[in-house]
Design a binder for this molecule. Structure first.
Ligand code: CO
Length: 656
């Protein structure tokens, strides 16, 4: 690159000479950036202050939507996802919008039927989406067919992704070698891809592999090559530079306040590094600095409490050691912690590659990372020396049936056979495009939701997220009150909260009693987290108030005779999880093994159940878990309803 640094009197501004072949940049701050750093909680109102300025930078596209935004917005932010698109379009008029589309999974976690997929793409295009970055977790492009047809019909940009994954520490080996990626790129080109993206969701791509891969793809296909790499392992800035040397066309970055850790490399150092070269972005660094200033001072203070600052290091060394996506690892750790089995993490690291291999050496990305992760934990916790796969999740069964698509290598036949024994769709796996076995969904969704869905956008939202979507529509149309937990906070409130926390830390908020009474046997220990500091607090109820879950339990047999009363009895159970063992009434309690949301109950009060029958579907860590009955008997009480959030240990039902 020696001839590229000859220019003198270089300017920071965009008035410097234009490069021969500028690297194009897509900004991810407004989607993957906050998804990676603070659980996708970014609100539209906090994007507006920088929207017009970002439109002036000269980005190839700005990623504004898709991935987890659709889910998070309606579930946790009380925001209509469609409305965000329309709002941002009013401020960002020149720069195209990009979204992450999970192919037939749309913006959810399972394959949806074709009619819903068609409607979703059509509505996204209509509401303002321009570039559809499309991926399939298995790189099975049959899952692209329906959405791609529609993207083309809407005359929008189809960007095809190849999920980048490894089975060795570096590119190569039997499955994920250069030939694999070249073949996938050619497949995408033959499907009409307007550009091709190497989607390195875990930050696995090493600089020299990025060079070799981009070089090979540039020779193999005509479509522009786009590199998406997370910073997680620390390699991505180096990989960006090598990819640029190899001729990559487009690079993904974030504005500095949204960069690094599990997010992406920052834009500003890259702009500076390329200044005056033949790949100079041409961006005005002062304009970038102005955007940064607003993000840093006016936006980030509202979100800093969501940042994981439990670690000093900004690089996740485990990614380098285990080639496992960062998000997946934190899920595994949480899951083990919930089960009080954190000491088994070493076994999980060992079991994970085995499970992945058994399940067809699949890439690890949403939702396959959760599928492999949860099954790995199940194996470590429940398998015995003479029996593996003792507890197989519903999603692994679906995968073995072929419902997610074709795996990179065949699934282990023994595991597949065991998984499909008694499987509801049939014991013989399918080989066709998965959506072909799915019945149309929209009409049924329309019948279910009725007038609560006012237009097609409401209906599509409900069809993809029936439980939380319905809850959102009830808020949207004033049918139920919007809970405080989903309301936005202001900078003033942030300052007030900071003050309170400061006082609490200084011990100024607690009135100390001089003589402590003795602890009773009702004492319960709670973990209290304040601004990432952790306290273990013993709470002992004063007087002879009944322990919270005991009361509804005693009423349970009555509730059985009058089912309508059962959910009402649960109303005072504000913290049933706190004292799950305190059940004193008749019957056995089915407790939530982890915190989550009730999707639905498969049984009603009064139903007879056998041990092992599915009673309730609990959604936790993006997975639906079918919870089996711990014993045979009759359902005496059900304490929650669809859509309720429950803590670990919550009494989900009583069987007697
Ligand atoms: Co990403």
């Amino acid at each position: 690159m020696s001839d590229q640094v000859k220019m003198t009197a270089l300017k920071y501004g965009s008035d410097r000479p234009k490069a021969k072949n500028p690297v194009k940049i897509m900004d991810l701050s407004l989607r993957d950036g906050h998804q990676s750093l603070f659980a996708t909680r970014g609100r539209t109102e906090d994007m507006i202050p920088v929207a017009e300025m970002m439109d002036e930078i000269g980005f190839w596209a700005i990623e504004t939507w898709g991935g987890a935004t659709f889910d998070t917005m309606h579930r946790f932010l009380n925001e209509d996802p469609w409305e965000r698109l329309r709002t941002l379009k009013r401020y960002i008029k020149k720069t195209p919008f990009s979204m992450l589309l999970r192919a037939q999974n749309l913006v959810g976690y399972r394959n949806y039927a074709d009619d819903l997929a068609l409607a979703f793409v059509e509505r996204s295009a209509e509401n303002g989406m321009d570039v559809f970055r499309t991926f399939d977790a298995l790189n099975d492009y049959r899952n692209f067919e329906t959405v791609v047809k529609q993207i083309k019909k809407c005359k929008k940009h189809f960007q095809g992704c190849i999920c980048y994954t490894l089975t060795e520490p570096r590119l190569g080996g039997e499955v994920y070698n250069l030939d694999y990626y070249i073949k996938k790129a050619k497949d995408l080109e033959s499907m009409g891809a307007d550009s091709i993206c190497i989607k390195d969701m875990a930050g696995l791509i090493a600089p020299y592999d990025a060079y070799a891969l981009v070089k090979a793809l540039k020779e193999a296909v005509k479509a522009p090559i786009h590199l998406h790499s997370h910073f997680t392992s620390g390699m991505s800035p180096m990989s960006h530079l090598k990819a640029i040397e190899a001729g990559v066309d487009i690079i993904d970055t974030c504005m500095t306040p949204y960069a690094y850790r599990t997010s992406h490399a920052a834009l500003e150092p890259l702009v500076m590094a390329l200044l005056g070269t033949n790949r100079d972005t041409g961006f005005d660094i002062k304009k970038l600095a102005a955007v940064n200033e607003i993000l840093e001072k006016e936006v980030m203070p509202k979100y800093k409490h969501l940042l994981d600052d439990s670690k000093v290091s900004i690089i996740d060394i485990n990614v380098l050691l285990h080639q496992t996506p960062g998000g997946m690892l934190s899920n595994l750790v949480n899951q083990l912690r919930e089960m009080d089995a954190l000491d088994k993490i070493g076994e999980v690291y060992k079991e994970l590659p085995r499970v992945r291999k058994d399940l067809g050496q699949i890439p690890l990305v949403t939702p396959t990372s959760q599928i492999v992760g949860v099954q790995t934990v199940n194996n470590v916790l429940h398998d015995t020396p003479d029996e593996r796969y003792k507890m197989i999740t519903g999603q692994v069964k679906d995968l073995c049936y072929g419902l997610y698509g074709k795996t990179a290598v065949p699934i282990d036949p023994e595991v597949q056979k065991k998984a499909l024994k008694g499987y509801s769709r049939g014991e013989k796996p399918i080989t066709c495009r998965p959506a072909e076995v799915l019945a149309p969904e929209l009409e049924k969704a329309k019948a279910d939701i009725g007038d609560l869905a006012v237009d097609i956008d409401d209906l599509v939202l409900y069809a993809i997220y029936p439980v939380t979507g319905k809850k959102f529509l009830e808020w949207k149309y004033g049918k139920t009150e919007v809970p405080d937990s989903v309301k936005p906070i202001t900078l003033e409130e942030v300052k007030k909260n900071d003050e309170i926390i400061k006082k609490a830390k200084a011990g100024l908020l607690v009135e100390k009693k001089t003589t402590a009474p003795g602890k009773t046997d009702r004492v319960r220990t709670f973990n209290v987290f304040v601004d990432n500091e952790f306290f273990s607090v013993d709470v002992d109820p004063i007087g002879d108030a009944p322990v919270m879950v005991a009361a509804p339990r005693a009423a349970a047999p009555v509730a059985a005779a009058a089912p309508a009363a059962a959910p009402a009895a649960a109303a005072p159970a504000a913290a049933p999880a706190a004292a799950p063992a305190a059940h004193t009434g008749p019957g056995t309690v089915l407790m939530a093994p982890m915190p989550g949301m009730i999707v639905k109950y498969e049984k009603n009060v009064g139903d007879k159940v056998n041990k092992g029958d599915t009673i309730v579907i609990l959604e936790a860590m993006k997975m639906e878990n079918a919870l089996p009955s711990p014993c045979a008997g009759t359902i005496l009480a059900i304490d929650f309803k669809s859509g309720d959030n429950v803590a670990k240990g919550a009494a989900l039902c009583v069987i007697g």
